[in-house]
Design a protein around this ligand. Sequence first.
Ligand code: P6P
Length: 335
Amino acid sequence: MEERNKTLGEFIIEKQGEFQYSTGELSRIINSIRLAAKVVNYKVNKAGLVDIVGAAGEQNIQGEDQQKLDVYANEVFIQTLINREIVCGIASEENDEFITVAGSDKGHNNKYVVLMDPLDGSSNIDVNVSVGTIFSVFRRITPIGSPATSEDFLQPGINQVAAGYVIYGTSTMLVYTTGHGVNGFTLNPAIGAFYLSHPNMKYSETGNIYSINEGNYVHFPQGVKDYIKYCQSEEEDRPYTSRYIGSLVSDFHRNMIKGGIYIYPTSSKAPHGKLRLLYECNPMAFIAEQAGGKASDGYNRIMEIQPKELHERAPFFCGSKKMVEKAEEFMANYK
Ligand code: P6P
């Protein structure tokens, strides 16, 4: 079958053999995310029409107003994963604690845990800007048959067996990796099928787009300030273009297709950065590296950080390899 006409379902079956532990469970995780993505996509596209937009009036652990769509997306992804009997634990930006999943046999016999940001960038929903779902998959490290523990979730990103995102934009796409490259699938809403539209996605080695919230300039570390001035200087292939959507999935996706760097650094307002290591930085770093890009905290590889707590934050420099390396050069001047 011609590559581009392949559906996500056919692709998963075809690539089944590539999974290190090809028991089919990992495929079923991707399949359950595929289903949940379609359900959430329907609601996101309808958000402007029905009264689902706007704060649910509750606060999540992030201290942010919880948008109704956040709550809805969180419930859809959690329920779909639980119903499919494929994970022993789930962690979410929307839940203070991780969830253990015993399964119908009450045996805690499933081998994987999923960590996710069910609707990243949700503050953009009521201004009709793209939002996304980000997910990260690990094999459990505690014995099968016992409830998942924090050890199963607090693994360094290099242990991920799969990671991906859904971008609910002008079209809805599912982009993921299982460690064998990155592939992008576009939803045909007319028939509810994802088709392989972006096979073997790659970050160009360099680019001319930088994504950072320059409104925080005065609060940035000097290395970041120096890098921004480098991007804006009139030398070589510069000045670069500044593009910042305020939705990680959207900025990341555009940079992977066009080349570029996304930076959310520490600042006096966010001393550890803003993005969450476990379910934002790690999965996007896995995808970036699989696409030939790079992801660091400004000094060290993101995926080698040993997490200490579920919702910890990390500074994030991610994108075209040479652009990340240049930013790291400026950061090293003030280490
Ligand atoms: P700021 C959305 O809240 C998010 O987590 C990312 O998707 C986005 O890149 C970033 O925060 C935007 O943060 O502080 O620039 O508004």
